[in-house]
Design a protein around this ligand. Structure first.
Ligand SMILES: Cc1cc2nc3c(=O)[nH]c(=O)nc-3n(C[C@H](O)[C@H](O)[C@H](O)COP(=O)(O)OP(=O)(O)OC[C@H]3O[C@@H](n4cnc5c(N)ncnc54)[C@H](O)[C@@H]3O)c2cc1C
Length: 438
């Protein structure tokens, strides 16, 4: 038995197999089980990466039937039941009787992959940490620069895509400006920082729609975020982006030092490999159009779950991946008959907007505001792995949301060196030397 991945789908399947005492090998290209919904809090210094990325090896350590391997799966031979993976510079092969693939998704740039070079993403721990460095660098440099235009660009943040990730990041960056940085930067006025959230659809959080999207829009605007709906990004370079109004086709250019891309996802590469080897069809985002029982193509021994799949329009969310992983594990353990269709139990959807504001939909019940915000935190806390991580997260939330603290906002880069002749002419006037109190 082989599981590929260490995210929500893979871990859910692994836990079931582990508890049943069935031997299995789990191969993942990352050592951690990443709790992606809280990545935005790592990017904005609320919590540390360690709290949301415990090692998958540690999680499964107490099960001797679990063999965890760090490796990247690169091929599969369904006729020979053999998987090929790369680990430690070697190309290795492993046989399987059942294969469960849960390799997730990555950012999609709609055929403009060059946008990746100029934008920040939020999919991995590295993404979150490099965005955090960038945000911090921008505020620090804005405090010292003598060039007003450079300062304005440093303090302008463009977030592309008003899905859950875009909304939570836009809300948080504005809050950072108003609460965390404003507490120590006397020269930072409330209007100095511009956060613009750009969305092609005519609603924020279009997956929710109606009153919840309207509430999201109002809350973001109240929090100082500029929300630009019905607008597409047509060009991005190192200094800004070109925006096109969907209705009028008018274009305009905005300059910014930080552009965050959260506009779409596509299945990771292994989905394409599986599709090719099994003849399974994919959708436009490269997701496998799996059978109702989550098998892939005509193979009864290969299953795929989570973000790399598409079935009945189910959303790319962690409960879908977890329930899919458990369903498949039950089939391979013989607890469900082979061919049993996957039935998703929708326990509701939620999204966080900013401090004290979120939206929740459970069946016909819709909640907004503080109560939805508390519900969001409580639900996500419950799904975090490990008591210590939960405890530390609650402490960090109190510090950041009740106070203005960001315990994990540190800067690990080396400072940008200035060329020898880069002394600003007017530096002495603009930035007088600080008097040190005796
Ligand atoms: C910023 C952000 C916020 C989100 N917020 C929410 C939210 O609030 N609520 C919600 O329900 N969902 C949310 N989601 C979506 C949720 O995280 C995903 O639906 C979920 O992670 C999907 O689980 P998965 O197992 O399919 O894939 P993932 O969790 O992405 O796991 C994929 C795994 O496969 C591994 N892998 C990939 N390719 C290979 C390979 N070739 N070989 C070996 N290993 C490989 C990766 O290392 C990773 O371990 C959010 C996602 C993001 C990015």
């Amino acid at each position: 038995m082989v599981i590929v991945g260490s995210g929500f789908g893979a871990l859910a399947a692994a836990k079931k197999l582990a508890k049943a005492g069935t031997p299995f090998v789990l191969i993942s290209q990352t050592t951690e089980h990443l709790f992606q919904p809280l990545l935005y809090q790592v990017a904005t210094g609320v919590i540390s990466a360690g709290e949301i990325a415990p090692p998958i090896r540690t999680i499964l350590a107490k099960h001797p039937n679990a063999d965890v391997r760090l490796g990247r799966v690169v091929d599969v031979d369904p006729d020979e039941n053999v998987l090929t993976y790369e680990a430690g510079g070697e190309r290795l092969r492993i046989g399987y009787d059942s294969l469960i693939a849960a390799t997730g998704a990555r950012q999609a740039y709609f055929g403009r992959d060059e946008f990746a070079e100029f934008t920040y993403a939020l999919k991995t721990v590295d993404d979150a940490e490099s965005l955090r460095q960038q945000i911090l660098r921008c505020f620090e440099e804005a405090h010292t620069t003598t060039d007003p235009e450079h300062r304005r660009n440093l303090l302008t943040f463009l977030v592309i895509g008003a899905g859950a990730t875009g909304v939570e990041l836009a809300g948080q960056i504005k809050e950072l400006a108003q609460r965390y940085f404003a507490a120590s930067l006397d020269d930072l006025g409330p209007d100095d920082v511009t956060v613009t959230l750009i969305e092609g659809a005519n609603e924020a959080l279009p997956a929710f729609g109606g009153k919840l999207s309207e509430y999201t829009l109002r809350s973001l605007e109240k929090g100082g975020v500029d929300v630009v709906l019905g607008t597409f990004v047509t060009e991005i370079d190192g200094h800004g982006a070109e925006l096109k109004d969907a209705a009028t086709a008018e274009t305009r250019r905005v300059t910014a030092e930080t552009i965050i891309w959260s506009a779409g996802v596509q299945a990771n590469d292994f989905a394409g490999i599986l599709a090719e080897r099994t003849g399974c069809e994919t959708d436009r985002a490269g997701r496998l159009l799996v059978n109702p029982d989550l098998t892939v193509g005509a193979r009864a021994d290969i299953y795929a779950v989570g973000d790399m799949t598409s079935l009945n329009g189910l959303p790319g969310q962690s409960p879908v991946a977890m329930q899919g992983g458990r369903h498949v594990a039950r089939i391979v353990l013989g607890k469900h008959d082979a061919g049993t269709p996957f039935k998703y139990r929708d326990k509701g959807s939620m999204a966080i907007i900013n401090r004290f504001r979120a939206i929740t939909r459970v069946g016909k019940i819709e909640l907004t505001g503080f109560i939805a915000w508390v519900t969001w935190l409580a639900v996500h806390l419950a799904y975090m792995v490990g008591f210590r991580n939960r405890y530390v997260a609650v402490m960090s939330w109190c510090g950041s949301f009740l106070g203005t603290n960001r315990a994990h906002f540190y800067y690990a880069q080396t400072l940008t060196e200035a060329p020898a002749n880069a002394m600003a002419d007017s530096e002495a006037e603009q930035k007088p030397p600080v008097r040190i109190a005796s």
